[in-house]
Design a protein around this ligand. Sequence first.
Ligand SMILES: [Zn+2]
Length: 256
Amino acid sequence: MKFRKLAFAGALCLAGMMYFAGGIAGGNQALAAERDRSCRDHRIYYAVIDVGHAAREYGTTAWNGGHEYDYNLRFAKELAARLEEEQIPYIFSGFHAGKNTLDDRITRTGPQAIFISIHHDAVQPRYCTLNDNPCESDYAAGYSLFVSSENPYYQESLGLAREIAAGLRDAGLKNSAHHAENIPGEGREWLDKNGVFRYDGLRVLRKAHGPAVLMEVGVIVNPRDEAFVSVKKNRRRYIDAVVAALKRHIRLERRN
Ligand SMILES: [Zn+2]
């Protein structure tokens, strides 16, 4: 875990949550009071950057045999570096490659944090027409953003996803439409023309205790899109859009 600023009420809220989630009764009264205050004031204080999947259960296999987790981790690290530059508070979730459980990840969520889960995308097997093992396809390319209407902060989540999507589009990036296709395994509802979809079943979004967005950065079974997201200056365009949206929502305070 990493706190950008220690004198940071929202972080104390989270620290308190984790402290009590650990089954320890009592605790420091000053910490508890600060936590309660910051938890109640309905402000967002920091971002939780979630690295999708884990080292062993790594998610999608890229067209070239690469592991989605490694793509997610690289993107998350660069996003974190930008947050450092901007002095936006954040913590990581899912940074321990061998111990990246859902329960562990959602413990870090809360109403005072924006949770962003970083992923890289695939296509349905029917479109693996260039190679089927591992899947290689030129069918779909681009980013997708997902929110769950079962998240308790659905409207906030959707608003944030729309802002990120608008920023991505303004940066000249394109979204994948594959997830809206009316085929088994897809058929997600379009919520925003810039590439925001409703996917109620995504557990990490549904179970999060605060606003949550899942971002598929690019389609890594597509050699062209995989090459695009593998260029650092291209990733910077995605990251800038995410950071701009976070900056509008995260309350920065106590700056010296
Ligand atoms: Zn994934």
